[in-house]
Design a protein around this ligand. Structure first.
Ligand code: GLN
Length: 304
């Protein structure tokens, strides 16, 4: 298979869709991103890699950080993490509050905002300096010291994050947030503000594709069972109320973020990251979804 050629064909095919989506403007700093940006990076566990477009330019990974947060929590606390957050698809938007009240403050899964906020609360208790640890974890598995937080994005989100504040407060009322609400929100926004390129993301997610063992430093971060479970949650919950659509069209476990990034993995084989800031109405990268659909269709590389 000529992957360079395949990516190039896909790139040309989706070019007319660039700028068709809506850049996330509920976070003022993200509204400033050029909607014309477009990068793809494919990294095989065995070492081969292929890049297209702005694959080395960093962007706000936003909710993609939720997967790294879960890895960090499960790696440290084990399976008891799942006592405070469920593993069911929500079928609702990423920042929805509706199910939380019916379900007594237990979020549907770790990849919606409510779930990631509970995980953040756990990380505050589990680590002396979770912000630094998270950064070092992302740097280690991406093999890049250039990975960093963007304080401006975190601040910008904090200033208008009324829904996230409502979510944490509601969960706190049910006893599922142990720390100060402001501390949880602040750390969560820091995690979301992490900036990585498609190249760095694809390398980092090779750790998950490789059953939790980094291809960079060879360290095993997840047990087999933890790997299986996190990958299953990516498959069922990685795209909010479009998780079924992504499974249907692409057939890979993955995770999106409102910065326009999507990363997907084929366990034992590869990780692929795409960045195009224009989002569809569900908050997932419009072009990113199409690129990955075309990729798995043309290469027959999916889990199905
Ligand atoms: N920081 C964003 C928020 O809390 C993350 C959402 C996302 O990427 N889907 O709304």
């Amino acid at each position: 298979m000529n992957y360079a050629q395949t990516l190039s064909t896909i790139y040309d095919e989706v070019l007319p869709l660039i700028r068709k989506g809506q850049v996330a403007d509920y976070i003022p700093q993200l509204a400033k991103v050029d909607p014309g940006k477009f990068g793809i990076y494919l990294h095989f566990l065995e070492g081969e890699s292929f890049a297209m477009g702005d694959a080395e330019e960093q962007f706000s990974i936003q909710s993609i950080s939720k997967v790294l947060m879960l890895c960090m929590a499960v790696g440290k606390l084990g399976e008891r993490v799942y006592q405070r957050v469920d593993v069911e698809p929500s079928g609702d938007p990423f920042n929805s509050l509706v199910q939380l009240e019916y379900e007594q403050g237990i979020p549907r899964n770790p990849f919606i905002n409510a779930g990631a906020l509970v995980i953040t609360d756990m990380l505050i208790d589990a680590f002396d300096d979770p912000k630094q640890y998270f950064l070092e974890f992302a740097r280690a598995i991406s093999g890049s010291q250039g990975v960093a937080y963007n304080a401006g994005v975190a601040k910008s989100e904090k200033q208008c994050g009324f829904k996230n504040a409502a979510i944490v407060n509601l969960m706190k009322s049910f006893g599922n947030i142990k720390n100060d609400v402001e501390d949880v929100l602040e750390l969560y926004y820091d995690f979301c503000s992490l900036e990585m390129s498609c190249q760095e993301l694809a390398k980092a997610f090779c750790t998950i594709a490789n059953h939790g063992k980094s291809i960079i430093n060879k360290k095993k971060y997840l047990s087999e069972s933890q790997f299986k479970r996190i990958t299953a949650i990516m498959m069922t919950c990685g795209f909010y109320d479009e998780a079924g659509e992504f499974a249907f069209r692409v057939g890979l476990p993955g995770k999106s973020g409102v910065g326009g990034g999507i990363v997907a993995i084929l366990p034992n084989k590869f990780s692929i990251a795409v960045w195009s800031p224009g989002l569809n109405e569900k908050g997932n990268s419009l072009v990113g979804m199409k690129v990955l659909e075309l990729f798995t269709t043309k290469t027959n590389l999916s889990i199905f």
